[in-house]
Design a protein around this ligand. Structure first.
Ligand code: URA
Length: 234
């Protein structure tokens, strides 16, 4: 197996980034500094990154979780807050595929397959993420048009966005917002730019995988078909 693929499968980074890490001289194979393009035998070779031995996860785990509000997406929160890893019972060393803000709820994947996580995060693949956004007050069609066209933040235009009106209950407006980039706090920033307050932000879909009826705080394994959707060539 190519060394960059091995590193990526261990969850280090994308293959391209792994090549940079190898080039920096941070990776050793059997005690010798590694080179880009090198092959490794995953069973026999000892691969280290910054002195720590890397091993492929023996069995991959892929979970979908309904993250509730009030949970951090880090392995250990420096402020001692609850984390999404408190919600799953497993011996596998899982990480989340991307992140949701502390106060965002909805669908997030957990895995120990670095290659799977890197592929979903890679901008080249443009996997859609759909959010249900509950906004204070009644939103005007002209505001939806601004969001669709890409709001301007500090002079920089944000990406065009699919925005659909869902409902207005006399107090709040519910919208469906679909983005295919993963900028930090992208949805909240869009609404900040037009001076609107988000009451609840919930991710309901990633690619073809929907949150569906998964209860808040619960996790379940992804199906083979769902995993294949992301791992197949798109
Ligand atoms: N956009 C945000 O602003 N927050 C999230 O948690 C996800 C997308």
């Amino acid at each position: 197996m190519r060394l960059n693929k091995f590193l990526s499968a261990c969850g280090v980074a994308s293959r391209r980034k792994c090549d940079e890490i190898i080039q920096n001289g941070q990776v050793f194979v059997n005690g010798k500094v590694a080179s880009v393009g090198q092959e490794v035998n995953q069973k026999k070779d000892v691969v280290t990154l910054d002195g720590a031995r890397l091993k492929l996860p023996s069995e991959f785990v892929y979970l979908k979780l309904h993250k509730p509000k009030g949970y951090a997406c880090t392995a250990s929160d420096e402020r001692g807050r609850k984390t999404i890893f408190d919600l799953v019972e497993t011996d596998a060393r899982l990480f989340s595929v991307g992140r949701l803000d502390y106060n965002t709820e909805g669908l997030i994947f957990l895995t120990n397959d670095g290659e799977f996580a890197n592929k979903i995060a890679h901008p080249h693949f443009h996997f859609e993420k759909e959010y249900q956004v509950t906004v204070e007050g009644e939103m005007k069609e002209s505001e939806l048009a601004v969001l669709r066209n890409g709001v301007v933040e500090n002079g920089v235009k944000m990406p065009k966005t699919k925005v659909k009106f869902l409902s207005y209950d006399g107090k709040n407006t519910k919208l469906s917002v679909v983005i295919d980039e993963g900028q930090n706090h992208q949805v909240r920033r869009m609404f900040d730019c037009i001076g609107r307050t988000i009451v609840l932000l919930k991710r309901v879909r990633i690619g073809q995988v929907r949150l569906g009826g998964l209860a808040r705080g619960k996790a379940k394994p992804m199906t083979a078909e769902e995993i294949a959707f992301f791992m197949g060539e798109k």
